[in-house]
Design a protein around this ligand. Sequence first.
Ligand SMILES: Cc1cc2nc3c(=O)[nH]c(=O)nc-3n(C[C@H](O)[C@H](O)[C@H](O)COP(=O)(O)O)c2cc1C
Length: 173
Amino acid sequence: MAIAVVSSGIERSFPEDEIIVSKTDTTGKITYANQTFLNVAKYEESEILGAPHSIIRHPDMPRSVFQLLWDTLFAGREIFAYVVNQAKDGAFYWVFAHVTPTFDDAGRIVGFHSNRRVPMPSAIDAVRPVYAALLKEEAKHASKKDAVQAGVAFLTRFLQEQGTTYDELVFAI
Ligand SMILES: Cc1cc2nc3c(=O)[nH]c(=O)nc-3n(C[C@H](O)[C@H](O)[C@H](O)COP(=O)(O)O)c2cc1C
């Protein structure tokens, strides 16, 4: 059963020399979480294994960013992204994530792997307004599908206007 987590508004950080690691199957169900993941997210390993990764989803994260993540991973490419997560106790924590597909010998995608480090505070300041604008755009649409489409279109337009790509944006901030 899903655990109903209420945002506490309290921010949590983690040591700069630690990496939050998790792995998933191809559907996003967690197959591995390291001790730092458990310490920061405040879950027991038994609660997290087999759970969808959205268990730590924060409501401030735009759907369109996850769409970009999944599209990139299923295209067989890595992605770097800023993500705000929600721990079991309602605290939030920002991470800079590097997510990669894992392939078998035949080149098929068999799962995904994410390593997350402490982001630069200046990067979070830069990303917050972009995500807030995406959320606002997505909120105009009642269905999840329409919201994702509108968010992706908004993000694409925003990046074109800035003359950049998501990857370039992520590394420029
Ligand atoms: C390897 C991997 C790591 C992920 N890590 C996170 C994460 O830290 N936080 C998060 O909210 N979603 C993460 N996701 C994305 C989730 O699977 C999911 O798409 C997202 O939480 C949105 O869920 P929803 O569509 O049910 O709202 C990850 C996905 C993969 C494949």
